[in-house]
Design a protein. Structure first.
Ligand code: MV4
Length: 477
């Protein structure tokens, strides 16, 4: 096992990794920016090293700073978390040259999966279903020819990265030239790679992903599905495990496909295969994420498997002793992301001091958050304040429990998305699991209007409870 792990990230995931290290008896070092000096990961880690100023390019993305922090503090491994350096194909190589272990898949696998057209091709060759589509396009006229063969509508997607950037819907040939130019420019700006590929456009799909774990000896298992269809501008809002309403046959097929895909590329460590699922139960590989994801906790709650601890053990050379037949999905888990954003202002990010934070508790509730009363939300990073997760024996109990947990939560200071989340959970279409990527766009106006009628931080209107007096300002600690 490692002696000391550098946590090359911030926020709630940095704390999550520190906690995993502590339970494994491994020392942790929090690498932090000047804006993150007062965060919980810094406080909870065994040591902490400042790696630079707030802008990510000067700290969390600054490879020499991160590597130096690992070396001077005597670390033997680096955990990248999600975002930042987690899917940088050079990091594993650099780590190896410095005698450090990168906690993640091999550089070769990261490189292959970071090219989304190549990933699609590799998974198709492994026998996974993919939508009709193309490899990387040569130019606009190549796009025109291939789109004609696939049949409109088609999506132009960026080879260099997922997440919806550099993506354009093309409904007919007359729109192609403009869409190609815009998508290509966007892709160049976002990923430093203007290349595009095509896919047949699937209307109203669900986003269903499969969690996998593999070791360095060829053992690979899956840990079931998550539904992540509720997204706003390609940002996930609420996730659940397992994906509800899918037949056992389909759930099994998704798991088997994910394992087959991973075996074909020699995958190791934690990863996620994203699929689109249509109304008739068709499923299509979309892309693979070669990192731990924000929503990993819902999988942990329904499987009892600590994914972050397994990431560390596997990187240290442990054998994956978990057998597929020992993985059982029990009950249902839901995660709500709590963002410092104002739904009334188009989800404008909010900064400022959290005067009071009262997290929820009780049976089946988990809170993964780096914030506390007195914490100042910096402006340099994403607006995720934390995640509230619940487990229930079934989906209905999980929904009731999440409504109860969100109702207990008090955040005084920046406006958050809690009231918006409450409205999603109260919506009859959500109760019916009518999930698809159109859910939020379809119901957005109603959800925001209803959220504005709920005083922020107030209990669920269905269960009026006593209001706590709010101090003018709460101290830290
Ligand atoms: C699609 C699609 C329909 N058909 N691909 C959005 C982000 C990126 N990861 C892929 N995305 C999509 N790809 C085909 N061929 C619809 C989406 C999509 C979407 C996917 C998952 C969750 C939310 C979404 C919202 C809009 C579009």
């Amino acid at each position: 096992m490692f002696k000391k792990v550098l946590v090359a990230n911030r926020g709630e995931i940095a704390l999550r990794i520190v906690r995993a290290c502590r339970e494994l008896g491994v020392a942790s070092v929090a690498a932090f920016s000047e804006a993150d000096r007062d965060t919980l990961a810094v406080r909870e880690a065994d040591e902490a090293v400042c790696i630079g100023p707030a802008p990510p390019a000067k700290s969390y993305l600054h490879i020499p700073a991160v590597m130096s922090a690992a070396l001077i503090s005597g670390c033997d491994a680096i955990h990248p978390g999600y975002g930042f350096l987690s899917e940088n194909p050079y990091i594993g190589e650099i780590c190896a040259q410095l005698g450090l272990t990168f906690i993640g898949p091999s550089p070769d696998v990261i490189t292959r999966m970071s090219d989304k057209a190549q990933a699609r091709k590799a998974m198709h060759e492994a026998g996974l279903p993919v939508l009709p589509g193309s490899e990387a396009l040569l130019n606009e006229s190549d796009a025109r020819e291939q789109a004609g063969a696939i049949g409109y509508p088609v999506l132009l997607k960026a080879v260099g990265g997922g997440g919806g950037r550099g993506m354009r819907l093309v409904e007919s040939e007359s729109d192609l030239a403009a869409a190609y130019a815009v998508a290509s420019n966007e892709a160049r700006n976002a990923f430093n790679n203007a290349d595009l590929y095509l896919e047949k456009y699937l209307i109203g799909p669900r986003h269903v992903e499969v969690q996998v774990l593999g070791d360095n000896f060829g053992h690979i298992i899956h840990l079931g599905t998550r539904d992540c269809s509720l997204q706003r501008r390609h940002q996930k809002v609420l996730e659940e495990a397992p994906a509800p309403g899918l037949s056992d046959t389909l759930l099994k097929a998704l798991g088997t496909a994910a394992v087959k895909g991973c075996k074909s590329i020699g995958y190791s460590n934690a990863g996620t295969l994203e699929f689109l699922v249509d109304r008739s139960g068709g499923y299509y590989f979309m892309e693979m994420n070669t990192r731990i994801q924000v929503e990993h906790g819902v999988t942990e709650m329904v499987t009892g498997v600590d994914l972050v601890k397994w990431q560390i053990r596997i990187a240290a050379g442990a054998i994956l002793t978990l057998q597929q037949k020992a993985i059982r999905i029990t009950g249902h888990a839901i995660e709500c992301r709590i963002n410092a954003e104002d739904p009334a202002k188009g989800f404008l990010p909010q900064a400022g001091t959290i005067q009071l934070f009262l997290p929820p508790g009780g049976i089946g509730v988990r809170v993964d958050s780096h914030v506390y009363s007195g914490y100042s939300v910096p402006t340099s990073y994403d607006s995720l304040l934390g995640k509230i997760l619940v487990w229930g024996e079934d989906r209905a109990e999980a929904i009731a429990r999440m409504r109860r947990a969100l109702g207990e939560t008090i955040i005084v200071g920046p406006v958050t998305t809690i009231a918006f989340q409450q409205q999603i959970l109260a919506h009859p279409a959500f109760a019916q699991a009518e999930l698809d990527t159109g859910f939020l766009p379809r119901h957005m106006d109603d959800l925001v209007d209803a959220a504005l009628g709920t005083p922020l931080g107030a209990p669920d209107p269905g269960s009026p409870g006593p209001r706590l007096p709010v101090p003018a300002a709460a101290g830290g600690q």
